[in-house]
Design a protein around this ligand. Structure first.
Ligand SMILES: Nc1ncnc2c1ncn2[C@@H]1O[C@H](COP(=O)(O)OP(=O)(O)OP(=O)(O)O)[C@@H](O)[C@H]1O
Ligand SMILES: [Mg+2]
Length: 453
């Protein structure tokens, strides 16, 4: 992913210089503007991840700027910075949809944190907006490739559950089988397809932050809560949320989540008001919930509640010829991406694909085809171009990491991460343990190296 692009707007040149300098040190790509109109012109042809703007400017103030951006359908988060601590401006700023409202003199730690969160959320929102507009057709029944019996059963499941908008659905299955994809199809095939669809990975944040992210918080709820913020459940109201890796919630958050599912109301952290929220809630997990319940890691009441409407997405190994059909689709995808014209697999290659066990399921298949496509020179992929790691064997010296000359530390890290995931059949807990990192760190690394999908 390229470094986030930040548009910086202030009519005070000295502030621009200072902020630009500090933000560039944070690996951000910063463009600065001293007049709102310049920014508006630039933003018509480019889509930055984030805007950081002064509030008090001649002609157009920061709040009017936000309105202008929204008129242009520029939905990126805007952080407003102001020298005047006026309550009414702060309130107006939050109402206008500012992501954060910070006071001058700028505290860079605070700004850095706000930017980090805004970039994250902004990317999520643009993805959602893209899916909603142009890419909606990417998620239909046809997005789920396959003609096997298990995949027809999945389509049938989706047909039954998608008309019901406020439902609670559980998706189970090994890593890489397509749970996220199924969740998207459920949403985009349903009557509320035009509403929000948001995904949050419960393993990506420590519990207290996850709670704040899901339920939102009131100003002053904790030290960093300089302003009130809506949680994802509230933001997605009317639509669908996917709570991925649901077992990463700790027990107290599980209790709060259960109460939300039952009452359809949320209370922001530090808040008193109960806010009604109407949502389809999809949870996903690749761990064995029954075992987690017995081990006391997952609340049994929550398990019974979410397990009512549940789908087990089966392993790729059990989907007959689908591996070839999905593999062909990946060839098409990578033809576009790498500008190649590979037509398909040779007979021997197909036999090799069919014989493999696919512990990493569709994601592993995708990686295997990507690797083959990078090197592909003929118009068919042959068996010897498909390199399958025999990951059922324990890692041995032979099963190490091959490091060609000229790799950077970062590339080595990425390669090693990929191998460790493969060695552990994409089992996240085992991989994190082997790497000696937390699941959150593992999630961040997977994200950094594009290994979430
Ligand atoms: N039937 C299918 N047809 C085409 N592509 C598929 C299919 N199933 C999965 N994929 C693709 O495989 C990849 C992995 O799927 P996905 O991320 O949904 O898996 P997952 O079950 O959520 O995995 P994890 O448990 O690790 O989160 C994605 O790129 C997805 O688009
Ligand atoms: Mg997933």
């Amino acid at each position: 992913m390229p470094p986030p692009l930040v548009y910086l707007l202030d009519d005070d040149e000295s502030i621009i210089k200072l902020v630009k300098y500090r933000l560039r040190n944070e690996q951000l790509n910063v463009k600065s503007f001293s007049h709102p109109n310049e920014l508006i012109e630039a933003i018509k042809i480019e889509y930055p991840d984030l805007v950081v703007s002064d509030v008090m400017m001649p002609e157009i103030d920061g709040i009017r700027l936000i309105e202008k951006l929204r008129e242009l359908e520029r939905l990126m988060p805007v952080i407003l910075v102001t020298g005047k601590a006026a309550v009414d401006t702060a309130v107006r700023a939050m109402k206008s949809g500012a992501f954060e409202y910070l006071l001058k003199p700028i505290n860079f730690e605070e700004l850095k944190l706000a930017i980090g969160r805004a970039v994250e959320i902004g990317r999520l929102r643009t993805e959602v907006a893209e899916i909603k507009s142009g890419f909606k057709s990417r998620y239909s029944y046809d997005s789920l490739i396959g003609e096997s019996k298990p995949i027809s059963e999945i389509r049938e499941f989706i047909r039954r559950v998608s008309p019901v908008t406020g439902s609670v659905i559980l998706l189970r299955g090994e890593s890489g089988v397509g749970k996220n994809l199924v969740a998207r199809v459920i949403h985009y095939m349903s009557p509320i397809a035009e509403r929000r669809y948001l995904e949050i990975n419960c393993a990506s944040l420590p519990s207290n932050l996850l709670e704040a992210e899901l339920f939102g918080y009131e100003k002053g709820a904790f030290t960093d809560a300089k302003t009130a913020k809506k949680g994802l459940l509230e933001v997605a109201s009317g639509g669908t949320v996917l709570l991925d890796e649901i077992t990463s919630m700790d027990l107290s958050l599980q209790a709060k989540f259960l109460s939300f599912i039952e009452n359809r109301r949320i209370r922001r952290v530090g808040g008193l008001e109960e806010i009604p929220v109407d949502l389809r809630v999809i949870s996903a997990t690749n761990s064995d919930l029954e075992t987690d319940v017995v081990a006391g890691k997952f609340r049994s009441d929550l398990f019974y509640r979410i397990n009512v409407v549940s789908l087990n997405v089966p392993r790729l190994r059990n989907r007959e010829n689908d591996v070839i059909l999905i593999g062909r689709q990946f060839i098409n995808d990578f033809n576009l991406k790498f500008k190649k014209q590979v037509k398909g697999f040779s007979g021997a290659a197909e036999r090799k694909l069919l014989a493999h066990d696919w512990p990493g399921n569709v994601r592993e298949l995708r990686n295997v085809i990507e690797r083959a496509m990078i090197f592909a020179e003929k118009d068919h992929i042959d068996a010897d171009e498909i390199s399958l790691s025999n990951i059922s064997a324990a890692p041995s010296l032979d099963d190490g990491l091959y490091l060609p000359k000229g790799l950077s530390f970062e590339q080595i890290e990425g390669e090693y991460l990929k191998r460790v995931l493969e060695w552990n059949n994409f089992n996240l807990e085992a991989s994190a343990k082997q790497l000696g990192v937390t699941r959150k760190t593992l999630w961040e690394k997977r994200k950094k190296f594009g290994l979430l999908n």
